[in-house]
Design a protein around this ligand. Structure first.
Ligand code: CAP
Ligand code: MG
Length: 433
């Protein structure tokens, strides 16, 4: 094992510490990267909140601040005094909760990948960090305004679909893969005519042999137009463009009259979202893979961080969970994410998408805590209806109507057969607090 003669700040390490990992810093509390009396100006610093577990939280926090700003594991002969002002500073510690202030000058404006390479980069791999969770990021107005944010947002999407104030109903075509373009368009048509405003591909469908992208797009857009004429409602389709060809595919959708595309924000990356913003399309953001990073409460990155970044990058609609159904997430967590993508920060508000194991029986409860600005998406909960997709979509719209009119679902089902059958099949369920 390498033995260092000097510690992180150049002081000779006491011999009793020799058994420690040589890269463990012996950082005095009031070292250059820790200043617990510091009160950072929120307009001059990006504030990162972490839950940090380590043998010595404060020392480790200092190391974390160094590594994620100007420092490294040892003192540097190349360090200059003027660089001092670029260092990140740990200014708060309460147990394992720490906050670090990053001077704005450290960052390139409008660059999300770089921001993550800083505040969520090497620090997660430090040996001295046992566990680390990035809980939140708060940005100065100046930094926020270097991003375009959503082109449409809630109001823009509503004005395309002319839906007033009611929640949107969407579906994911199921089976998630395997249908050919003609079959996909058939299912989409049934969903649209039954009452869905929105149809989207699943996150793992792109341009496979069984369902080529271009043919699917053309056929589903035709189905959307036809269903629109039949119902008098405007319909939207979000083909999944997640691939290295995402820009060409988005252009193809646009050239064929589509208004929206879907991107798997985390697998494709924030750069893809930032580029897609320039196509002028509505961007539907799926968050597949987020739970690999967000799920462990003590390690990784909170979904609220990704949601804030997706908003900066320009998504118009974003999956945030549902607190009911098949995906993990509590009401509290989901409301926090919803608030982060809809609060007034000078950018348009992102349309929250609730999805994952939803069905008519959960709709009123969902509306109660989400409000009407929500896209309720159901795949299985529509295509699994005993009488098929058309009736499944009708049942979802009936559940939304009942929820908005504050009539109980059982009462409403007395005169709405599709809803009645859906309730018989799936019942209702409780929101997870
Ligand atoms: C929903 C879904 C979504 C999940 C992802 C699926 O289908 O299409 O990808 O909702 O969860 O394949 O599971 P079902 P989240 O309606 O059939 O469950 O939106 O929370 O990331
Ligand atoms: Mg899916």
């Amino acid at each position: 094992m390498i033995q260092l003669k000097r510690n992180y700040f150049g002081k000779v390490a006491p011999s009793t510490d020799q058994s420690e990992n040589p890269f463990i810093i012996r950082l005095p509390c009031r070292s250059m990267y820790v200043n617990l009396g510091f009160d950072p100006d929120p307009e001059q610093f990006i504030i990162a909140s972490f839950h940090l577990e380590s043998e010595n939280v404060l020392k480790c926090a200092g190391f974390l601040a160094a590594e994620s700003s100007v420092g490294t594991w040892t003192e540097l002969t190349t360090m200059k005094n003027r660089i001092e002002k670029l260092k990140a500073v740990v200014f708060r510690k309460e147990g394992n909760f720490i906050q670090v202030a990053y001077p704005l000058e450290l960052f390139e404006y409008g660059n999300i990948p770089l921001l993550l390479s800083d505040v969520a980069g090497n620090i997660f791999g430090l040996e001295y960090v046992s566990r680390l969770k990035l809980l939140d990021l708060d940005f100065p107005k100046d930094y926020i305004s270097s991003f375009p944010g959503p082109l449409y947002g809630i109001e823009g999407v509503r004005s395309i679909l002319k839906t007033g104030k009611r929640p949107h109903v969407g579906t994911i075509i199921k089976p998630k893969m395997g249908l050919n373009p003609e079959e996909t368009a058939g299912v989409a048509f049934d969903a649209y005519t039954g009452g869905c405003d929105f149809v989207k591909d699943d996150e793992n469908l792109s341009d496979q042999k069984f369902c080529p992208f271009e043919e699917r797009v053309v056929r589903v857009l035709e189905a959307a137009d036809k269903a629109g004429e039949e119902t008098g409602e405007k319909k939207m389709y979000a083909p999944n463009v997640t691939s290295p060809q995402f820009m060409e595919r988005a252009q193809f959708v646009k050239d064929h009259g589509g208004a929206c595309i879907m991107i798997d924000v985390l697998t494709a990356g924030f750069t893809a979202v930032q580029l897609l913003r320039s196509t002028g399309m509505v961007i539907h953001g799926h968050r597949a893979m987020h739970a690999a990073v967000t799920r462990d409460p003590r390690h990784g990155i909170e979904m609220v961080v990704f949601a804030k970044l997706a908003r900066l990058a320009g998504v118009d609609q974003l999956h945030i969970g549902a607190a009911v159904g098949k995906m993990k997430g509590s009401k509290k967590e989901i409301q926090k994410i919803r608030d982060a993508i809809t609060e007034d920060i000078g950018l348009k508000r992102v349309f929250p998408v609730a999805s994952g194991g939803l069905y008519p029986g959960v709709v009123p409860e969902l509306l109660e805590f989400m409000g009407n600005d929500v896209i309720i998406q159901a795949g299985g909960g529509i295509h699994g209806h005993p009488d098929g997709t058309y009736c499944g979509a009708k049942a979802m719209r009936q559940a939304v109507d009942a929820g908005m009119k504050k009539i109980s679902l059982t009462k409403y089902a007395e005169e709405h057969g599709e809803l009645k059958k859906a309730l018989e099949k799936w019942g209702s369920s409780r929101v997870r607090e």
